[in-house]
Design a protein around this ligand. Structure first.
Ligand code: SF4
Length: 338
């Protein structure tokens, strides 16, 4: 075999899925911590991981943010930021009772689900939440009406539901679920409770839907798909599942150090995407790592453009004003890899 033929045999293609990585809710949450560190009195606490990504958390920790699991680790009167996944009213009440200065970084699309839960509870519905137990978002949403909310994760769970009035049932969904699995759950709910009410489709957010749509397109073209994201990131795990359901092997990796050579062997095309909490610099590093091991060209398949951007919470601007400071422009420095 000539050298040229040998080189050609080693050539492969990396197919990047688009959109990928940060969504508007994550962008906003990171900006909130960045800005709070600049305008709020030191120290600034963050309850739970602001978003589910170790690299993001470490970058913010290096800049001075104190991450805690619960409010009892926050001194009275201090500033605390609630994460993008949302909180239950019990946590909010506790913060108020303790006189903490709260900045709420809950994604507005998660807040929307909370408001739906409050409305259905007020109207006397039993509420079925489709979601994953123990995820921060689900814990927060269930807390809005713990006496009348039921959690299901699979269509099979519908049969064991025991509600007060089968004619007065509503459903909600976690924002980061698999679009296809959720449709199956909702269909099962509709079969069991024909009068069930809920959102016109589901509460799965635009970013989750777009990233799954991109994975469906890319997975149909590649031999293996690498999803960059944390093990506790719901939307990143769903991207792996979507690819596997399509018959394309997929692996969840934290960063370039997790890339295994055996996944690349024999793969002519390698897909790469990232969950909504994953900074783009990790994607760049993974692509560079694959190219370091095997000569590859890079192509992006973008199924939709996103231009969603959420405003900052009012309380952050109020705090800046009280401190006689002006909020600097938003930048999401933690996502730059700097
Ligand atoms: S994944 Fe969706 S719901 Fe979650 S923070 Fe991003 S935009 Fe908001």
């Amino acid at each position: 075999m000539s050298v040229n033929t040998e080189t050609a045999a080693k050539m492969q293609q990396i197919v990047l899925a688009g959109p990928r990585g940060f969504c508007a809710g994550v962008d906003r949450a990171i900006d909130i911590v960045e800005l709070a560190l600049q305008v709020c009195p030191y120290p600034v606490y963050v309850r739970k991981e602001i978003v589910h990504n170790r690299h993001v958390v470490e970058a913010l920790r290096a800049k001075g943010a104190h991450f805690v699991d619960e409010l009892d680790e926050v001194p009275d009167g201090a500033t605390v930021i609630f994460s993008a996944h949302g909180i239950s009213p019990a946590v909010r009440d506790e913060a108020q009772r303790r006189g903490l200065r709260v900045i709420d970084a809950t994604c507005p699309l998660v807040t929307k689900v909370h408001l739906e839960a409050i409305r259905y509870a007020r109207e006397g519905y039993s509420i079925i939440l489709v979601g994953h137990a123990d995820h921060d978002e689900v814990v927060g949403t269930m807390g809005e009406a713990p006496d009348r909310m039921f959690l299901i994760a699979h269509p099979e769970d519908v049969d064991r539901l025991n509600v007060a009035d089968p004619d007065k049932v509503a459903y909600l969904t976690q924002t980061t679920l698999s679009v296809d699995d959720t449709r199956d759950c909702i269909e099962a709910l509709r079969r069991r409770f024909p009068k069930i009410v809920g959102p016109s489709k589901d509460d799965i957010c635009y970013a989750t839907q777009n990233r799954q749509a991109a994975v469906k397109t890319v997975a149909s073209e590649v031999d293996v798909l690498l999803v960059i994201g944390a093990a506790n990131s719901s939307n990143a795990n769903r991207l792996v599942e979507v690819s596997r359901v399509m018959g394309t092997p997929s692996h969840l990796i934290n960063d370039k150090n997790d890339v295994r050579s055996e996944w690349l062997e024999g793969a002519h095309r390698v897909g790469v995407t990232a969950g909504a909490s994953t900074p783009e610099f990790l994607v760049t590093e993974v692509v560079d790592e694959i190219r370091r091991r095997r000569s590859s060209d890079v192509r992006e398949v973008r199924v939709v453009e996103e231009d969603v951007r959420f405003g900052l919470p009012r309380e952050l601007e109020d705090m800046a004003q009280r401190a006689g400071k002006t909020l600097p422009p938003r930048s999401t420095v933690a996502g730059s890899g700097a």
